[in-house]
Design a protein around this ligand. Structure first.
Ligand SMILES: [Cu+2]
Length: 488
């Protein structure tokens, strides 16, 4: 929060460009966005259009406010280091935009003229690419090809008119920076609202990081990943998508990483209505329940939430449904003692200083990648001695349910120490959107996992009330996303 506050102060004081401008909230954005078109269109049609479209929300990520300079929508993005709490207590050093990784979501209307001021507050050069945008080549943000990289402390101003519609994104076009979090969603709303209309519209950005225990900096050189996130949060810290029973829902999935993610939704069939190229013709909408979101792609899925319940939405790659997976930590934590002369951390092969790409560690941080991965010890998946589990503050550490002869079964243990009652932390991730989930639910949510909660009207309203109350409390104490200016 202090980052965002700082961001705004810098903008107000330093650049001067916002000095007399009003920063718009999401609702105002939508209203202003419709205004230029209003004069051109028949009034009736405009009203209808506005009724028919609903603003997408990006759970856990703010929208980027803009100011109007004549007919130009002006956005200000700051590339900068970010501290991001991906699950409670796990704060990592990422690179993102305006205090967030992924960066804030940009929303514009088809036909808009936009100006995007990009300031580089990173210690190295960067460049901003507008993925899939049909813009003049000088505005493409390809370093070395269409422009010089933006030097540290430097600025580049992009400006273009957008005639496209759909789910797009912006990202650093420096490959290693992409693996530090540097992406954000860019939604272009169509001139004529999509049909059929949806009642709920969500954006989810899929990312992955390699971060060993005790390290806060992702190893962007690694090719295996142990932290998998939706909108910068890993389960159970992701915020569920709330919908009313019977509503039509759109979910926009965007992937930028090293893996393709097959994303199933439980309990429903959906159709893919959009890709990174915009709306797809209805003739292509075959039913499915798992959508493969490839690297650098976006997929819009739509469905009618006709099946009440708390339904999982997740990546189906097994290792993408886990947190902090690291081969030796489990066995080390349950064997009888540390090797002679070693403390816990060294016994587990954990690094105690430096960052992932620092001189002293460098690429040796690979997790079992062979050459150069000597910082880790070779460990078998040793027998499970289920004593009283180590208690971690705030977690509901229960004993796993295992049979008496479990250790005689080849392959055991698998999930016994990976999830379930051992790892539940319902209280630590308590928020209105989680209200009423089954006790212990959080022990089974990790990595790229969240819920689509298809709720009856009364429960939906109850949660909204809780959310309102919490937001009321919050605005007394701290900044709200997109509304920072009120507290300056
Ligand atoms: Cu995945």
């Amino acid at each position: 929060m202090s980052n965002r506050r700082g961001f705004l102060r810098n903008v107000l004081a330093g650049a001067g460009i916002f000095a007399s401008a009003k920063v718009l909230s999401a609702q105002e954005m939508q209203m202003h966005g419709d205004m230029p078109g209003m004069k051109m269109k028949a009034k009736r049609e405009t009203v209808h259009d506005r009724d028919a479209s609903v603003l997408p929300e990006t759970p856990d990520i703010p929208n980027l406010p803009f100011r109007l300079d004549g007919n130009v929508k002006e956005f200000h993005l700051i590339a900068e280091p970010v501290k991001q709490e991906i699950v409670p207590g796990k704060v990592v050093d990422l690179w993102g935009y305006n205090g967030s990784a992924p960066g804030p979501t940009i929303q514009v209307n088809q036909g808009d003229r936009v100006r995007l001021i990009v300031d580089n507050h990173l210690p190295e050069a960067t460049s901003m690419h507008w993925h899939g945008f049909e813009v003049p080549v000088e505005m493409d943000g390809a370093p070395g090809a269409s422009q010089d990289p933006i030097a540290p402390g430097g600025r580049f101003v992009y400006e273009f008119t957008l005639q496209q519609e759909g789910t797009y994104f912006y990202h650093s076009h420096m490959a290693m920076q992409e693996m530090m979090g540097m992406i954000g969603a860019f939604v272009m709303h169509p001139k004529n609202a999509y049909k059929p209309r949806v009642d709920k519209d969500f954006v989810i950005i899929l990312q992955e990081y390699a971060i060993l225990p005790n390290i806060t900096v992702p190893n962007s050189m690694n090719m295996e990943f142990n932290w998998l996130t939706f909108n910068g949060k890993a389960g159970p810290a992701t915020t569920p998508l709330l919908v009313r029973h019977g509503e039509r829902v759109r979910i926009r999935l965007i992937n930028l990483g090293m893996d393709h993610h097959p994303i199933p939704l439980h309990g429903h069939q959906f159709v893919v209505t959009g890709t990174e190229g915009g709306r797809q013709p209805e003739s292509t909408w075959g039913p499915g329940n798992t959508v493969l979101v490839g690297v650098a792609q976006s997929r819009d899925v739509e469905f009618v939430a006709n099946n009440p319940g708390d339904w999982m939405l997740h990546c189906h790659l097994p290792h993408h449904m886990m947190n902090q997976m690291s081969s030796m930590v489990g066995p080390m934590s349950r064997r009888k003692g540390m090797p002679a002369g070693l403390d816990m951390e060294r016994g587990m092969g954990m690094l105690r200083q430096g960052n992932a790409t620092s001189e002293e560690n460098g690429p040796s941080l690979g997790r079992g990648l062979g050459v150069g991965s000597t910082a880790e010890q070779t460990m078998s998946n040793s027998p499970l001695k289920a004593g009283n589990p180590v208690q971690h503050q705030g977690m509901q550490m229960g004993k796993p349910e295992v049979s008496k002869d479990a250790n005689s079964v080849p392959g055991f243990p698998q999930d016994a120490f990976m999830e379930g009652p051992m790892m539940a932390m319902d209280q630590m991730v308590d928020k209105p959107e989680n209200f009423g989930l089954r006790p212990g639910w959080s022990g089974f949510m990790a990595g790229m996992m969240t819920f689509v909660r298809v709720l009856p009207q009364d429960k939906y309203n109850q949660i909204l009330e809780l959310r309102k109350k919490q937001e009321g409390n919050k605005s007394m104490k701290m900044d709200m996303p997109g509304m920072e200016h009120q507290h300056e």
